[in-house]
Ligand binder design. Structure first.
Ligand code: ASP
Length: 343
């Protein structure tokens, strides 16, 4: 039977063109994208589309957009074999990360893509990204199961796990990287799937469960030389936050100054969930390695292992949205839920 794919167009550079008066990039509608990519008609795949209204630059993405996306996927889940999400690159890694936690029991591909250059310009990367993305979203193995039943990002010939990805170039066509997880697939003459890395559901007839309540009371503290106790307190001890991602140096290290550790202790006593995520793009937090990391562990900070900040944010929003019990959230944070950490 012919495969079917729903393309969900949220906005982003891929569907923008220059406003002749202002000279800035503005979005155009999906029918124009289709006109630019007639190759889509050559697939033996039924392709339908859903367009966000209004289209958004991904810098404006909010958790409510993730809920909207998750609901669209839920409402059309039985009708399609896979989903393509056209999304701006700026926050694509955040959205793909969040969706991976919100779509529990996923057995179909949800593949994000976008482009660095609008689809209408001659050197666009959008065409190849979109065409290969549709191929991946519709691909099945010899048993008829999805080849990649995960939330992922396809960009510049690489398929990356969504919750391992990060945007690292504002300029290059290979804008995304996932240093702590090999690509799930690579596109050359053919698309080579890395079957050892791709996650498969335990049961293919699992029901999709969509989480629509997220608790966004999370702050991010980036540790840096010269950080003051005043600034740190306003972030970490704000009564309105329930959790704080502490972006530390190297393998999870931070200052050993008494004021710093006292503030962490204070936040811990306030009942806050404190998660240590490294500022390094690659490698892992190991709080047993240096005294500077061990200090954090002793005052109640949890290890984020090799999670990205984008994934840590989505994981916290999702877990905190499920339960008011911080102890449960802490226990779940240390587990590998959908491939976001190497455990
Ligand atoms: N500002 C754009 C966005 O994220 C950039 C892009 O799509 O590449 O929506």
């Amino acid at each position: 039977m012919k495969s079917s794919v729903l393309i969900i167009y949220t906005g982003g550079t891929i569907g923008m063109k220059e406003d002749p008066v202002e000279g800035t990039l503005k979005p155009f509608d999906f029918s124009q994208i289709k006109e630019e990519v007639p190759e889509l008609n050559k697939f033996n795949v039924r392709i339908d589309s859903f367009t966000f209204d209004p289209l958004i630059d991904s810098s404006d993405v909010e958790p409510s957009i993730w809920v909207q996306l998750a609901e669209i996927i839920r409402d059309h889940y039985e009708e399609y074999d896979g989903f393509v999400v056209l999304h701006g690159t700026d926050t694509m890694a955040y959205s793909a990360s969040a969706l991976s936690f919100m779509l529990e029991g996923l057995t179909k591909p949800v593949v994000f893509t976008g482009s660095q250059l609008p689809i209408g310009v001659p050197r666009t990367d959008g065409k190849e990204n979109l065409i290969s993305d549709v191929e991946i979203a519709s691909a099945k193995d010899f048993e008829g199961h999805a080849r990649v039943p995960e939330v992922c990002i396809y960009f510049d010939s690489q398929l990356l796990r969504g919750n391992r990805s990060t945007k690292y170039s504002a300029e290059a066509f290979n804008a995304f990287t996932s240093p702590n997880c090999p690509p799930l697939a690579e596109a050359g003459i053919s698309i080579r799937y890395n079957t050892d890395v791709i996650r498969k559901p335990v049961y293919w007839d699992t029901m999709l469960r969509v989480q629509t309540h997220l608790d966004t009371r999370v702050a991010i503290l980036k540790v840096h030389p010269g950080m003051t106790p005043q600034v740190m307190r306003s972030v970490i001890a704000d009564p309105l936050t329930r959790a704080c991602i502490i972006e530390t140096y190297g393998s999870g290290n931070a200052l050993t100054k008494p004021w710093f550790l006292d503030l962490i202790k204070e936040a811990d006593h306030m009942g806050k969930i404190l998660l240590n995520v490294t500022q390094c793009k690659s490698g892992t937090v190991n709080m047993d390695l240096y005294a500077t990391g061990a200090g954090l562990k002793h005052v109640g900070v949890l290890s984020g292992a090799d999670i990205t900040t984008e994934a840590a944010l989505g994981k916290l929003f999702s877990l905190m949205g499920r339960s008011d019990n911080n102890q449960w959230v802490k226990t779940m944070l240390e587990k590998n839920l959908c491939g976001e950490i190497s455990k």
